[in-house]
Write a protein that binds this ligand. Structure first.
Ligand code: ZN
Length: 92
């Protein structure tokens, strides 16, 4: 069910889920129970729990909760060659 945004003059905005066929023009505020008009805004096209939503949440989370490491990443060993001609090559 999509979320619809309503605005209470005293308390501010709140979201309520309604079936698309049953969405009213006004809904009671969850805090003061006054009638609040429906507001129109950008549609929430991303489904909660989807792979896209998890990726967006993880990306946002790295801004405030970066992954903590306890050690540097392991060093990769250089490939070893057994060709004797490679010994003649200049070394860095
Ligand atoms: Zn209210």
């Amino acid at each position: 069910m999509p979320l619809y945004w309503f605005h209470c003059r005293a308390c501010g905005g709140f979201d309520v889920a309604f079936a698309m066929a049953d969405v009213p023009a006004a809904a009671p505020c969850p805090e003061c129970a006054s009638s609040s008009k429906r507001q129109f805004g950008v549609a929430a096209l991303i489904r909660p729990g989807s792979a896209a939503t998890r990726l967006i949440d993880a990306t946002k989370r790295t801004a405030s909760e970066p992954a903590v490491v306890t050690a540097p990443p392991p060093r990769r060993s250089l490939p070893v060659t057994r060709n004797p001609l490679h010994r003649k090559l200049p070394r860095p």
